[in-house]
Write a protein that binds this ligand. Structure first.
Ligand SMILES: *Cc1c(COP(=O)(O)O)cnc(C)c1O
Length: 361
């Protein structure tokens, strides 16, 4: 068996020890004679996994007592609709900060449900190259919430810090940078993320939500979409994505053993610095159009002089065992996704490859 250096944007690389644990337990978990896949979600074997996964999220992210943690299905895209369905009542409006294609999708869903306005739009000539500063935000002080996308997976921008939204709660799509570092959640009304980039496999959406917002949620929507339904039953209202939660538990257990989110941040910053240095060291060949203070620590997006060279770069890198480097089809170029589970050695190998490739042209 040989594993590649996986720079995929999502689903993305997982820590090998989390996969090995799943492999070792796949046919028989804890002497129960069956796989976690075959266990009842009401039984004690699964219950222990579920409870541990919730506790790990709470501990690693230092989730305050004011907030609940939910495991839901439907990915982040379902949350685009579920957030306004729960929170936007007649006569209320929500603010959306548009920083990329995912935030545009979230905004469109909000408008399908109720009233929403753009508090800022970072799009220029079809591109999103920076995170709007607080002076660029036209916030409505009576908005129900302000929606932001903390990391823009496709364009490669990221908030260096959360914006000040006064007394209006932040709702954050953190799909591609959840748990990349410690974060104060006090002013975050809802943080949600599809697990498949930074913390697990696809199929689980993690939602961290202020309990007051759960209680204020609309009751005239289907029960399955109400946050309260899931909160009241500890995310066991119906069958949760048990295997996804199990694998996420394996991942989070490793993050904890590795020193938690402070250690994770240090590692992530180190990896990103290696790649951005490789880009900046050769500005005639590698070009990052992203504003420096908006550069993503998770998705490093850059261009070569021509699309032909970019295609050759991706193909040659794959021959060296580095996969997933092709930029998103909507923006082109190169994208190296370097989430929590990606390794410093891979990033160093990629930086070396960049140097050699440019020198050969
Ligand atoms: C991948 C991604 C999504 C979409 O997630 P799904 O779970 O596929 O719905 C939404 N937002 C961001 C920022 C993403 O990176």
């Amino acid at each position: 068996m040989s594993r590649v250096m996986n720079f995929n944007a999502g689903p993305a690389t997982l820590p090998i020890a989390a996969l090995e644990r799943a492999r070792d337990e796949l046919l028989d978990i804890e002497g129960s004679g069956m796989s976690i896949l075959e266990h009842s979600h009401r039984g004690k074997t699964y219950d222990a996994v579920h409870t541990e996964a919730l506790a790990l999220v709470r501990e690693l992210m230092a989730v305050p007592d004011t907030h609940d943690i939910l495991f839901m299905q439907g990915g982040a895209s379902q949350q685009f609709a579920v957030v306004p369905m729960n929170l936007l009542a007649e006569g209320q409006s929500a603010d959306y900060v548009l920083t990329g294609s995912w935030s545009k999708k979230a905004f469109a869903e909000a408008k399908n449900v109720g009233k929403a306005r753009a508090a800022a739009n970072a799009e220029k000539d079809g591109k999103f190259l920076h995170i709007p500063g607080e002076d660029e935000l036209e916030l409505d002080s009576s908005a129900r919430y302000v929606h932001i996308t903390t990391n823009n997976t496709i364009s490669g921008t990221q908030y260096a810090k959360l914006p000040d939204t006064g007394s209006v709660p932040i709702v954050a799509d953190m799909s591609s940078d959840i748990m990349w570092r410690p974060l104060d959640l006090t002013n975050v009304g809802i943080a949600y993320a599809g697990a498949q980039k930074n913390i697990g496999p696809s199929g689980v959406a993690l939602v961290i939500i202020n309990k007051a917002l759960i209680e204020e949620g609309r009751t005239d929507i289907p029960a399955i979409f109400r946050y309260k339904t899931h909160a009241d039953k500890d995310s066991l209202y119906h069958t949760p994505p048990t295997f996804g939660i199990y694998l996420m538990r394996n991942v989070l257990d490793l993050v904890k053993k590795g020193g938690g989110l402070a250690a994770q941040e240090k590692k992530n910053r180190e990896k990103a610095a290696v790649l951005y240095s490789a880009i900046d060291a050769n500005p005639d060949f590698y070009r990052s159009s992203i504003a420096k203070d908006s550069r993503s620590m998770m998705n490093v997006v850059f261009n070569l002089p021509t699309p032909e060279l970019e295609a050759e770069f991706v193909a040659s890198a794959a021959k060296e065992g580095m996969v997933g480097l092709k930029g998103h089809r909507s923006v082109g170029g190169i994208r190296a996704s370097i989430y929590n589970a990606s390794q410093l050695a891979w990033v160093e190998a990629l930086a070396q490859f960049m140097k050699t490739f440019a020198a050969g042209k």
